[in-house]
Design a protein around this ligand. Structure first.
Ligand SMILES: [Zn+2]
Length: 113
């Protein structure tokens, strides 16, 4: 799928902002964000790597393609969850198999800021 250049650039900027914020969080520079300690730890240990991985895929031109089945990830999903690297079907299966390591369960409200 050829994603629109403007869309990709917008997602890139969004991911860069997310990564910068997660990095500040991991350095303890962003203190008053209202997260519980668990949610904070989750961002640092799961969401930060997920955001970096999504950015890498964006740079290599693989953004928007499911890492498991190779299907296109719907744009609506990429809009809602910029770090999505799986289609909905594969994500659901992934969450069933690894319930703790599923950043998308935690992130939507936050990533849309
Ligand atoms: Zn898939």
């Amino acid at each position: 799928m050829a994603l629109d250049k403007t869309f990709l650039e917008e997602r890139r900027q969004h991911l860069l902002k997310l990564i910068a914020r997660y990095e500040r969080l991991s350095r303890g520079e962003e203190a008053s964000d209202g997260f519980t300690p668990e949610a904070r730890r989750f961002r640092i240990e799961c969401s930060l790597p997920a955001a970096r991985a999504a950015l890498e895929r964006l740079e290599s031109g693989e953004y928007g393609v499911c890492i498991i089945c190779g299907d296109d990830i719907p744009i609506e999903r990429l809009m809602a969850t910029s770090t999505a690297v799986r289609c909905v079907f594969c994500q659901e299966r992934h969450e069933r198999e690894t319930p703790v390591l599923s950043p998308e369960r935690w992130t939507p409200a936050w990533t849309q800021e």
